[in-house]
Ligand binder design. Structure first.
Ligand code: NAD
Length: 251
């Protein structure tokens, strides 16, 4: 595809950029000419991932984003470097497969902090420079688990991803008047380590078998949808959760 989605020169924070969907999104944004501020808790893997970005002006910052002060520091470091922030893509997240009786408070807190608290505090911090500029795009990662309730020991994960849908609507409502859109992407199965290490081949086949498209998505396919939502063309799409699920659920 020849379009660059108007990304050249845009400053974009992409979290979870060490691997999987975050890495694919950061790579695509860099290829389209954005200045990427890539963040992940895994600093070593992040350095390797960022070393492959095309173009210039990128930054790789290791932070644990389940700590609100770190979310604020990530935005502050971005502003120090670029003096602006146009796009925030909240990809970082975890999944812990636990049966109900295995869920303790620590497990609940880990997942809610990494998946929802991080996105809330990053959206809030990112909104300030976007409001000042009168333009901004935020894309949050939720999951089909938000709609299905989750399978295969993903109760807390499903609750956290339901929270992402709600916070997306909340920020869309608050930030729309400032010309900032806030949307979410809800993948079903994407071929990343989260799936290859977390699900058996039979479990994967049972889900893809129920999809009209009959297969997992590739991370690069999802990244293209992020780029569209981050573009000027998506100027009046906000508060929306985009299902990218091979037709698994049609609503
Ligand atoms: N892969 C799928 O099928 C799928 C489906 C639905 C939703 N998702 C969502 O997409 C997002 C990315 O998934 P993925 O498959 O690329 O996962 P992944 O496990 O391959 O990558 C997640 C990245 O987030 C980082 N991360 C985790 N906790 C962090 C923290 N506290 N601070 C900073 N970075 C942190 C990890 O180090 C890792 O690099 C997640 O939010 C996930 O819930 C994925």
């Amino acid at each position: 595809m020849s379009t660059d989605f108007g990304l050249p020169g845009r400053v974009a924070i992409v979290t979870g950029a060490a691997r999987g969907l975050g890495a694919a999104t950061a790579q695509l944004f860099a290829r389209f000419g954005a200045h990427v501020v890539a963040c992940d808790i895994d600093g070593e893997a992040l350095e390797k991932s960022a070393a492959g970005f095309e173009g210039e002006g990128h930054l790789a910052l290791a932070f644990d984003l389940s700590v609100p002060e770190n979310c604020e520091s990530l935005v502050a470091r971005t502003l120090e470097r670029h003096n602006r922030l146009d796009i925030l893509v909240n990809v970082a997240g975890i999944i812990e497969r636990l049966q109900l009786d295995e869920v303790d408070e620590a497990a609940w807190t880990r997942t809610m902090d990494a998946n929802v608290k991080s996105q809330f505090f990053l959206c809030r911090a990112a909104a300030e420079p976007m409001k000042a500029a009168g333009w901004g795009r935020i894309v949050n990662f939720t999951s089909q688990a938000a709609h299905s309730g989750g399978f295969y020991g993903t109760s807390v994960y499903a609750v956290s991803k339901g929270g992402v849908v709600s916070l997306t609507k909340n920020f869309a409502r608050l930030l729309g008047p400032h010309n900032i859109t806030v949307n979410a992407i809800a993948p079903a199965l994407v071929d990343t380590r989260m799936i290859s290490e977390g699900m058996s081949a039979d479990e994967i086949a049972s889900v893809t078998g129920a999809m009209p498209m009959g297969r997992m998505a590739e991370a690069g396919e999802i990244a293209m949808a992020v780029a569209f939502l981050a573009s000027d063309s998506a100027a009046t799409i906000t508060g929306h959760t985009l299902d990218i699920n091979g037709g698994l659920l049609m609503r």
